[in-house]
Design a protein around this ligand. Sequence first.
Ligand SMILES: NC(=O)C1=CN([C@@H]2O[C@H](COP(=O)(O)OP(=O)(O)OC[C@H]3O[C@@H](n4cnc5c(N)ncnc54)[C@H](OP(=O)(O)O)[C@@H]3O)[C@@H](O)[C@H]2O)C=CC1
Ligand SMILES: CC(C)(CO)C(=O)C(=O)O
Length: 327
Amino acid sequence: MKICILGAGAIGGHIAFRLAAAGHEVSVVARGAHLDAMRQRGQLGFTEGADVSYAPVRASSNPADFGPQDAVIVGVKATGLAVMADLLGPVVGPQTLVYFPQNGMPWWYPVSAETLPYALPDLAIFRVKERFLSILKPHQIAAGTVYSGNEVREPGIIYNSSPGRNSLTIAAIDPEGREATEALRAAIDASGLGATTPGNLRTAMWTKLVQNMSGSVIALATRNQTAISRHDARLGELYIRIMTEGKAIADAWGYPVSLDPVEALSRAPYHRPSLLQDFEQGRPMEIGEIVLAPAAFARAAGVPCPSLDAVAGIVARLAIDKGLYSE
Ligand SMILES: NC(=O)C1=CN([C@@H]2O[C@H](COP(=O)(O)OP(=O)(O)OC[C@H]3O[C@@H](n4cnc5c(N)ncnc54)[C@H](OP(=O)(O)O)[C@@H]3O)[C@@H](O)[C@H]2O)C=CC1
Ligand SMILES: CC(C)(CO)C(=O)C(=O)O
């Protein structure tokens, strides 16, 4: 397949490497030193800590260099989506499928949704919806979640901290897009990055969100790997409380999450979550999507979330003071 990754950072870069190594024609849109390194080598590197493997990619800062694709994967953070809406046009043709893997509340949540039980909170993330829908028909949109710890530790090389435990979910947001989505899912799965179709896309989203709003947020507040909550009883209790609140919010919105908080805690990864990576590297943070969105959904549904609110107040302040989030 001909596939372009818009924003080939930690996650986009991991998917790009796998697909390129599997023989697909992969081009990547990136910037700065990371772009320079990939362009110089004509390759993207990938390591699990020891040797670095390389796979061939074309790299540019300008999607117009690549033309329409079979599939496009938007790898930027939620905070970079508005810019990507402007850059997307040249790589999209009438048959192109665009996959949005993202943490937190996604822009497409209200698109092709069954009736929403409460008034949708007015969140910044939903403001890019019209821009994407002016370029893409609903059947061209696929979305999902990623379970894989990655980081760009040096330009041109993706470091993966979860060998053997990398997977993603991908589903069409509109039934008409199922065939194209299945083709991309099968290509990703065959490349060695487990890709599955969730029974329900929004349930899959909430299932990941309740893990990020607990584990990633505690890791950010304490500047630790997510696994810190396993080893500190007070943080473990907080993790369970926040996840339990998240489950109640998802439930109220009609997407019950079957995850058991105690069991989820026992699997919290040895990984500095992307929220913490962004904080440490001074990059815009997904505070709106991962921390404040679930609290806003709780408010709209009348579900109390005191533990989330308490931690949200602290981490939002950290991000605002560092200029990495604004309301
Ligand atoms: N990292 C992880 O382990 C995980 C991340 N996720 C989620 O996956 C999504 C992607 O996150 P992640 O991969 O970590 O993000 P990254 O910041 O690592 O990757 C995004 C990449 O896009 C680049 N980029 C942003 N804007 C532009 C632009 N205008 N032109 C060219 N390049 C651009 C960034 O460059 P620059 O660095 O210069 O900004 C960066 O290389 C998020 O929703 C995240 O929460 C989910 C599971 C795990
Ligand atoms: C914690 C993790 C790796 C879960 O897959 C994640 O979502 C992140 O780093 O943002």
